[in-house]
Design a protein around this ligand. Structure first.
Ligand code: PMP
Length: 382
């Protein structure tokens, strides 16, 4: 099997699964309980929090565990907007965000009277910091920009935007860092980020685990009221085994980081070179400023889902743009925002690599792709 859908989700590392199992068996106490089983669980949770904080270069008090990035993004965006609604009702985001961001903004706009400015992208899928600067108003309270786009891999200028926003103390700066973790470095403190979302299952930890970084003193209203866990921002009995195994996954993601990224870039460059040689393929991922694990390409005339299933027959797993938007149907809004025609958006395929994948690992795709495309072209009379 050749699994090339790692931006949708990754296979958990055996060490992550071992950690999960051991914690679930040995530390089943509720971290809020007063007896020693609770105290042991609470200590382990604090340790996991400190480990995550160290790896991200922030403080443990600034980390809360969540059920993943959909929750993290909703909590960050709605929480920051509601907490600051007395200061203003203007929000800024981009047209290429993940639905867990864009739909949160749409809801704030349609149902709660906020006004949203949607920043466009250029032909490479990249937002201009100058456009963000132009959009800022006296009543702007929140700016949210993703780090790495999940469909095409474009890296956004997070630090430059952060520099601009440092001049506006009333604006909370949120970054969806989900696709960047372990692949594209991000210095959260240096970039002046107030809220930063990550998700465990994108770096070989488990589905249903995540982290929200909340810079000290950032205004945020809780969306989950209850027993006061996670600094009263996210109540609910903690997912201890999930959080400890997320910390493990994050540590593994940052181990030998540079070596792994170099290997990944080699694999990506090899794939792009080989794909470019195949008749009819157009690469949509920008050459500059793109992440080492995502390649998006189109074969105009061939519907993306048809090619996905054809490759599946060869035991190769890729995706149509992103798993999240594929369920909602419709064309990729990211490619559309980049100005691509429907022949490109309808046929767009996303390959997303796992951190360990080498050139040898991905060769089977290049071996079968030309003949799969030719077969489909013949069937369709192209
Ligand atoms: N943001 C981005 C950029 C993503 O790629 C995803 C997952 N597809 C999410 C948010 C949502 O993450 P989760 O699956 O953890 O809810």
């Amino acid at each position: 099997m050749l699994y090339l859908d790692n931006s949708a989700t990754t296979k958990p590392y055996p060490d992550v699964l071992d950690t999960y199992r051991q914690v679930a068996e040995k530390f089943f106490g509720n971290p809020s309980s007063l007896h020693h089983l609770g105290v042991k669980a609470e200590r382990l949770l604090t340790k996991a929090r400190e480990q995550v904080a160290d790896l991200l270069g922030v403080s443990g008090q600034e980390i809360i565990f969540t059920s993943g990035a959909t929750e993290g993004n909703n909590l960050a965006i709605k929480g920051a907007a509601f907490a600051q609604r007395h200061k203003g009702k203007h929000l800024i985001t981009t047209v290429i965000e993940h639905p867990s961001v864009s739909e949160a903004f749409e809801q704030l706009e349609k149902e709660f009277g906020f006004e949203v400015t949607w920043i466009p992208v250029n032909e490479n899928g990249i937002v201009s910091p100058a456009d963000i600067q132009k959009a800022v108003r006296n009543d702007t309270i929140l700016v949210s920009v993703m780090h790495v786009n999940n469909e095409i891999g474009a890296i956004q200028p997070i630090e430059e935007i952060g520099e601009i926003l440092k001049n506006y103390p009333n604006i909370v700066y949120h970054v969806d860092h989900v696709q960047g973790v372990g692949k594209v470095p991000l210095n959260i403190k240096k970039a002046g980020i107030d809220l930063c979302t990550i998700s465990g299952h994108k770096f070989h930890a488990l589905n249903g685990t995540g982290v929200l970084y909340i810079r000290k003193n950032t205004p945020i209203l809780t969306l989950l009221s209850g027993g006061g866990q996670e600094a009263s921002i996210r109540s609910g009995t903690e997912n201890l085994a999930g959080s400890v195994s997320l910390a493990k996954g994050l540590r593994l993601a940052f181990n030998d980081y540079e070596e792994k990224i170099d290997r990944l870039i080699n694999t990506k460059n090899y794939l792009i070179n080989e794909l470019e040689k195949i008749d009819g393929i157009i690469i949509n991922t920008p050459k500059e400023s793109s992440a080492p694990h995502i390649i998006n390409f189109s074969v105009p005339g061939i519907k993306a889902e048809v090619l996905v299933h054809m490759l599946e027959e060869e035991n190769i797993y890729v995706s149509t743009t992103s798993a999240c938007s594929s369920r909602k149907k419709g064309e990729s809004k990211v490619l559309k925002a980049m100005g691509k025609k429907s022949s490109i958006t309808e046929s767009a395929i996303r390959i997303s690599l796992s951190i360990g994948q080498t050139i040898d690992d991905v060769k089977p795709l290049i071996d079968v792709l030309p003949s799969s495309i030719q077969k489909l072209k013949n069937i369709m009379g192209l």
